[in-house]
Design a protein around this ligand. Structure first.
Ligand code: BGC
Length: 350
């Protein structure tokens, strides 16, 4: 009898748990064009489902109106939590206000939601640190601290101005590189170093390629090439590499090119010597953190955060969890990406 009662209690507790967790979560991703967002979406769906949630996952083809419609749908369908990686962080105010009216928890995923009080939490990688890591890599690689009289030609790219992350990436890198520009160790032949001048709206590979073509035509008429190109992410790094290749830059003269996301195509470029590094933001880590946040909120536990100062969206400082980025290059990618099960050798064409 005792055994039966214990079993019964365990069953009731299990059922209570399941019914507490069987909530609907909406995950709105910006686009399927970039590998990272597809992985982010898939990882999150898998993790959330494993935790017993029903998941509505959408990709908005980089179209703001589509993302608004996706989120409206999630609200209508009774989602209790929304996880949003925005296309334009400042363009979702109205639909998020509606979510708030409906008592829905809103978590900004990777990109901050701007100008709204309807965002509750922000989960991301430390975006300023991403830029710092890129700058540190450049400083080490070109030995910029050596007193050897050498100077290097650099060009600067920045991300999409409608993405709050882009300025963090830029500042993280440029705060570290500016002293070398001021000291004349780094020279920028195009003269273009300001964020707005270097920014690529929409993060497009083709647009980055077109800007690099222009820079080469304008400032490298002697058929030489830059020694380094600061690129905030992989989609731009790909365009930059494509431009250099099309302009006939020999492999041995390829500049140091930075990146972010460790996209498969870019890892292949790293292996081929056409990109130098890529900041690795393990999408499994971020997805797992968001699931932890969702669980904590729905079970009325304390939601994990580790930053309450950095991310001001213009209306409030959004409590955030910042994961730690690292970088991959030719020397450590096997350990970081293959041994950890992130990619298979075939993924990288090996
Ligand atoms: C993300 C980067 C990504 C870029 C372009 C940024 O908000 O943090 O990882 O490369 O968007 O999609």
């Amino acid at each position: 009898m005792k055994k039966f009662v214990a079993l019964f209690i365990a069953l009731v507790m299990m059922l209570a748990c399941v019914s507490a967790l069987a909530e609907k979560v909406g995950v709105s991703m910006p686009t399927q064009d970039l590998q990272r967002w597809v992985q982010d979406g898939e990882n999150m769906k898998k993790e959330l489902e494993e935790n017993g949630y029903e998941v509505m996952l959408t990709y908005a083809a980089n179209n703001v109106a589509t993302q608004v419609a996706d989120i409206e749908n999630m609200i209508t369908n009774g989602c209790k939590v929304l996880v949003v990686a925005s296309i334009d962080g400042g363009a979702l105010g109205d639909v998020l206000a509606k979510a708030k009216e409906n008592g829905i928890l809103v978590i900004a995923y990777d990109r901050l939601l701007m100008g709204t009080d309807a965002v509750d939490y922000y989960a991301t990688f430390d975006n300023y640190k991403v830029g710092e890591i890129q700058a540190d890599f450049i400083i080490q690689k070109l030995e910029l601290d050596a007193d050897d009289g050498k100077t290097y030609r650099m060009e600067v790219f920045a991300g999409s101005p409608d993405d709050n992350n882009a300025l963090f990436f830029y500042n993280g890198a440029m705060d570290a590189l500016k002293p070398y520009i001021e000291a004349g160790k780094l020279v920028v032949p195009s003269g273009e170093t300001e964020f707005q001048t270097c920014a690529i709206l929409g993060w497009g590979t083709d647009d980055a390629q077109a800007r690099m073509d222009n820079l080469l035509a304008k400032a490298y008429t002697d058929k030489t090439f830059p020694d380094l190109v600061l690129s905030p992410n992989d989609s731009l790094a790909m365009g930059i590499a494509n431009s250099l290749e099309a302009a006939g830059c020999p492999l041995e003269s390829f500049p140091v090119i930075t990146g972010q996301d460790c996209d498969k195509a870019n890892m292949k470029n790293i292996i081929a010597g056409k990109q130098s590094m890529s900041v690795f933001k393990d999408t499994r880590t971020l997805a797992a953190k968001v699931v932890e946040m969702v669980n904590a909120y729905l079970l009325e536990d304390e939601v994990p955060i580790n930053d309450t100062e950095t991310y001001d969206n213009g209306v409030k400082i959004v409590p955030s969890f910042l994961c730690d980025p690292v970088f991959a290059d030719i020397n450590n990618y096997t350990e970081l990406l293959i041994d950890s099960g992130y990619y298979t050798l075939e993924d990288l064409g090996l």
